[in-house]
Design a protein around this ligand. Sequence first.
Ligand code: FIX
Ligand code: ZN
Length: 417
Amino acid sequence: MVIQRQDELARVVHEVVKAQPITDMHTHLYSPNMGNLLLWGVDSLLTYHYLVAEVMRWSDVPPDVFYDWPVEQQAAHIWQKLFVEHSPVSEAEYGVLTSLQALGMDLSSRDLPAYRKALAGVTSEEAVRRALKLANISDVVMTNDPFDDAERPYWEKGVHIMAGFHAALRIDPLLRGWDEAVTRLQGWGYRVTHDFKGESTDEVRRFLHEWVQRINPLYMAVSLPPTFTYPDASTATQMLQQCILPVCREAGIPFAMMIGSDRLVNPALRLAGDASGRADLTSVTRLAREFPANRFLVTVLSRENQHELIVLARKFHNLMIFGCWWFMNNPVIIEDITRMRVEMLGTSFIPQHSDARVLEQVIYKWAHSRAIIARVLVDKYAEVMSTGWRLERAEIERDVADLLANNFWRFAGRDRS
Ligand code: FIX
Ligand code: ZN
């Protein structure tokens, strides 16, 4: 079907973007059969660390006191301070409302106990099906950390994850906490040393291979500080050159680098205490150039790095930009970044991931992002059509499928299955 008019264009693009099942390629969700690891429900939505950071601006409850409260009390406090005593206009606040509305709650009642009651009474598996259906998500990529004592036993016991869930092997301690990682690895029987000599590289490779084998990850991933530098004299450089990148090549998986997180600038806030910083992306250039046989998924946390990263993606076929990460995941910034990316890369990037930590967040994160992505596409297609270019609905469907699912699978080297 050829699109004839501009108003028809807007309708079709919004329709197609809404109808395209998403592959959510970076989340902190878990398969529902992994016990308490999967967070879901109203209290978890309200105690999202984005909202904890926001409530601390209004509340005089000290963070350690707040964190000692049961989750229901934390949620009630956040509801009172951020939704009742002030209007919920921040993105994370508005997001809770979008999700609750989609779940059928009457928001005019402002009745938190009623929402709790209405949304409980289902199993975590039913909750997952409900949320993924409302968000129209077909595939969810988890963040799987072998160093996490709560998570590791599931994999060691050979957990069978729910269909549609996929693993990603997260290895932050190897690159940003080697001294502690050594002790853990030694405890599991790997012959590694603090100075990274002797058998250390072989043993880290063995560790990585074993975890690749065990969890079948779609990619390996790390979050890096703004100060990340490659190469330098640190263990991290050796770790990349001798362990991580060779194992990724051997396993045929990309390496995802999420760059710019400044951990615990306010330690009292715990998970809510991280900030962002501008990184020197020449390190990414060097990696992409020095390791052409590796594929790099990259996202950056500083707004100032976004344009530079797009330029790099134009230079390196083995670099795939993904998502608007964390502090970039606000409408004004998503729109800006997405426009820039389309203008410089066409449709050859992955515009978004949810980073959801709580199941029902996928509903709002994707609803908000879908609307922005559609808006940008409408503008860009309209420009193209104004030249007399003939545009077909099937072509829009192809482009949107690339953006929201296929670019990821192609880059990961996998068939969606
Ligand atoms: O490192 C990461 O994967 C980050 O996305 C998270 O750790 C962060 O806390 C977050 O939830 C951001 O959205
Ligand atoms: Zn994340």
